[in-house]
Ligand binder design. Structure first.
Ligand code: URA
Length: 253
């Protein structure tokens, strides 16, 4: 793993504390000093271990991947809102398309809407969403500066894991969102996001800590823990912070 030297401003320290991370001065790999937040520190960035994943080329669903791949934002949004490609549409209050900056450098991808998201039509607005906001602020990004979407646009009943068929049915939408946004970095939060995006079943502990590349444009993908998991396992927030620093480094490249 590359060594990273970071100066932490008081503000960033507050954000980290909001994530539940206490940063000791000169803690492992982190050198705390006061510095302007917009003027990041010196970094020593070694070569990341990189793995490449092709995007699926064949339509995997009842939806025609080719036709979705020509849609513009309003058309895509309308098609998602009217989607009945899998059974999840029957239980939804509304679809959760995704929010934020459509020209964002960072695209955050979660799993699926929960109850609050289904009611409000916006991803990550519940407790996990508050932690996600704090995680983003820790790397000096406001929610509105990034784009946030999910693998699945409709809430699975009782928040169960989405099935492979449901994920495949939704895939063309996310794929089109990725093409339209052209982000520099994708942050996949949680097992479901990472597995579906990278088409792997590797444990999240193995997927995080390195940079994956996706599709022909070699989009950088960083995997981290889902904020809902971090709420239950706060000891892993320090690892999530390492992942977030990797995102920052990639965005600067
Ligand atoms: N969890 C997710 O993965 N996505 C949401 O939108 C909300 C919670």
């Amino acid at each position: 793993m590359p060594e990273t030297i970071y100066r932490l401003s008081a503000r960033r320290r507050r954000y980290l504390e909001a994530m539940g991370i206490t940063v000791a001065p000169a803690a492992a790999g982190v050198h705390a000093e006061s510095a302007a937040i917009s003027e990041p520190a010196q970094e020593v960035v070694g070569d990341f271990l990189t793995t490449s994943y092709p995007l699926p080329v064949e339509p995997t669903t009842a939806l025609d991947l080719k036709s979705v791949s020509t849609l513009d934002w309003p058309q895509l949004e309308a098609q998602v809102a009217a989607c009945t490609a899998c059974g999840l549409h029957k239980g939804r209050t509304q679809t959760v398309f995704g929010v934020g900056n459509r020209e964002a450098q960072l695209l955050v991808i979660g799993e699926a809407p929960g109850a609050t998201e289904d009611r409000q039509g916006e991803p990550f607005v519940g407790r996990a969403g508050k932690l996600l906001d704090a995680m983003l602020l820790a790397i000096n990004l406001q929610r509105k500066e990034v784009f946030i979407a999910n693998i699945i646009k409709c809430r699975p009943p009782k928040n169960r894991d989405p099935s492979q068929e449901e994920a495949a049915a939704c895939r063309p939408y996310l794929q089109r969102q990725i093409e339209l946004i052209e982000p520099k970095v994708i942050l996949a939060v949680g097992r479901i996001a990472a597995h579906n995006l990278l088409e792997t079943e590797q444990a999240i502990g193995k997927l995080r800590g390195r940079v994956h590349t996706l599709g022909q444009h070699n989009l950088s993908v960083v995997v981290t823990y889902h904020p809902a998991y971090l709420l239950r396992n706060p000891k892993d927030k320090a690892k999530a912070w390492q992942d977030l620093k990797q995102v920052t480094q990639l965005m600067r490249q």
